[in-house]
Design a protein around this ligand. Sequence first.
Ligand SMILES: NC(=O)c1ccc[n+]([C@@H]2O[C@H](COP(=O)([O-])OP(=O)(O)OC[C@H]3O[C@@H](n4cnc5c(N)ncnc54)[C@H](O)[C@@H]3O)[C@@H](O)[C@H]2O)c1
Length: 256
Amino acid sequence: MDRLKNKVAIITGAGAGMGRETSILFAKEGCTVAVFEVNEQDGMDTVKEIARNGGTAKFFKVDVSNEENVKQAIKEVGDTFGKIDILINNAGITGVDKKVHELTTEEWDQVFNVDVKGVFYCTKYVIPYMLANKQGSIVNLSSIYGTLGSHELTPYHAAKGAVYAMSRQDAISYAKDNIRVNSIHPGTIMTPLVKELGSRMEGGLEAYNKLMSEKHPIGHAGEPIDVAYGCLYLASDESKFVTGAQLYIDGGYSAM
Ligand SMILES: NC(=O)c1ccc[n+]([C@@H]2O[C@H](COP(=O)([O-])OP(=O)(O)OC[C@H]3O[C@@H](n4cnc5c(N)ncnc54)[C@H](O)[C@@H]3O)[C@@H](O)[C@H]2O)c1
């Protein structure tokens, strides 16, 4: 119940999927959660759910690809709660499913603006609070697609690869400051993002689910809570000697 007692976390993209599940779990473990979300209704719903469970959370309307927006919101979190212990860089989009010769610059930038610059901005403005506090844990949501190739989503692969590289680089940059940085690499997790992807495929979500289940040795896709528990471990002091690590939560996908 108290694995994150007295800690303050910012979780981006906390209005749906893994971000929401992680926010709810963190609050149950005693953490105060700053819900960063571009979709106001979804963000408010996460806060309400946390309050229903007796936890503490506050909504901040944030587009992580907008530097001013991120800077202002992080200042507000610092002013409101006095410190920031944890940052979960979870907000992400998949973008278009095209090969590199078919892509426009706008399509490339759309994914990089959210998935890569979003991580850069949030990390940049949170680090000074962690330096002042002499400790911190940052968890970046990469993907199995950040380290492996596949037949789909080219800009997403490149963006998640950048997130993977940033995680290791930042882990080394801030190791002596007691700020840990780790990446999580989920396989297919049944969230609104994946349901939307699946519905675009021939045969719809059912066909996509079947295909993805076959690709995961464990025989099925994951659930948001599977990733939320990984975030909990990396955010908590239980992982105090873990930095620059990649945690695959993928039903064995990357072991093949
Ligand atoms: N679902 C999967 O199978 C899977 C696998 C590997 C990695 N991931 C990664 O995990 C993370 C979470 O994925 P999910 O499946 O829960 O996604 P999701 O689409 O279900 O939820 C993402 C949330 O982020 C929000 N968001 C999107 N753009 C934003 C922005 N610019 N600013 C603030 N919020 C924004 C959305 O509104 C949404 O609430 C993403 O980074 C995704 O790339 C997902």
